[in-house]
Design a protein around this ligand. Structure first.
Ligand code: PAF
Length: 302
């Protein structure tokens, strides 16, 4: 019964809205500017859909609404601060972004008891122009309660209902008990694929060439060391296998960071490799490759 309130007009948020529309579920979209009133979506099977955007201004939400933020990490604080006065303490908030650092921002703004669900998706899509989105690869979405929340029946019931809602709108969706590990795995994929595809101006599949092996292995090693220092048990070998698997599965895709650089948009480097560098610094771990990726992408994007 949750009504989906989706912020922004990015590729993943638009796919979620289109999925809700195809399945007859209620949704509202809140683009950053009111100029964008509708978007054309090319679904994975070639079907053409038009989704309608609503007012950019927040509206009051209740416990039967869910606020979904498929935004960049650096857009989160401003969006959450603007929406906070309109949220009931029981309105679930779903964070769906690449990179890390979003939960910390959400806790600062919404407090430690607000129901927050963390999500990560592997569906592929890109914005062909400001009014068109193309759905390029079927993936899946993983969701779970933010790890700082107590696992009591209230939060668990919210989590279950949100997962069911997302499953109806945009399947497949998997409820994950240890969402933190799932997010770290996604982070490890982004740490390797995103900066390298942006720097070398190539698609994800190109990274399977032998010339990238050493750098990918080194980046996975650094990510694994930092993850372990923070209690997330991920081995270098498991991360290398995962990165190569995603590069193969999304071989023809251009990563989001490649698209950001190509379209002269701000990148998510601070929330991806920059996040590893920052956590590593606090524990005295040396992460030269991640540091280099941050420097190179910042030069590209400047
Ligand atoms: O950011 C991206 O583009 C995606 O997360 C991924 C998995 C690297 C595929 O392109």
């Amino acid at each position: 019964m949750y009504h989906l309130h989706i912020l922004g007009s990015g590729a993943i948020g638009s796919l979620l809205a289109a999925g809700a529309q195809r399945n007859g579920l209620g949704y509202s979209m809140y683009p950053r500017t009111t100029k964008q009133c509708s978007l054309n979506i090319t679904w994975i099977n070639g079907e053409q859909l038009t989704i309608t955007h609503h007012n950019a201004a927040p509206s009051f939400l209740t416990e039967t609404d869910v606020l979904v933020l498929p935004l960049k990490v650096y857009q989160l604080s401003e969006a959450l601060a603007a929406w906070k006065p309109y949220l009931s303490p029981a309105t679930p908030v779903v964070l769906l972004h690449n990179g890390m650092g979003g939960l910390e921002q959400a806790r600062d703004i919404l407090g430690d008891t607000h129901p927050i669900i963390l999500a990560t998706t592997s569906h592929g899509a890109y914005k062909a122009d400001s009014a068109s989105i193309v759905y390029t690869g079927i993936g899946s979405t993983m969701m779970g309660l933010a790890p700082h929340l107590p696992t009591n029946c209230v939060y668990e019931a919210i989590q279950k209902s949100i997962v069911e809602r997302f499953e109806k709108a945009f399947p497949p969706v998997q409820q994950i008990d240890d969402i933190q590990s799932a997010l770290w795995k996604k982070l490890a994929v982004n740490v390797a694929i995103n900066p390298l595809t942006a720097i070398h101006d190539c698609n994800n599949g190109h990274l399977l060439q032998p010339e990238f092996t050493e750098t990918i292995e080194g980046l996975c090693d650094e990510t694994s060391q930092v993850a372990r220092a923070y209690g997330i048990n991920l081995t270098k070998e498991a991360l290398i296998t995962l990165v190569r698997q995603v590069a193969r599965q999304t071989a023809n895709n251009f990563s989001s960071m490649h698209q950001d650089v190509a379209n002269e948009r701000r990148t998510e480097i601070d929330a991806i490799n920059g996040y590893i560098v920052s956590l590593a610094g606090k524990k005295g771990i040396d992460v030269p490759l991640n540091t280099l990726m941050v420097e190179k992408v910042k030069i590209l994007a400047s």
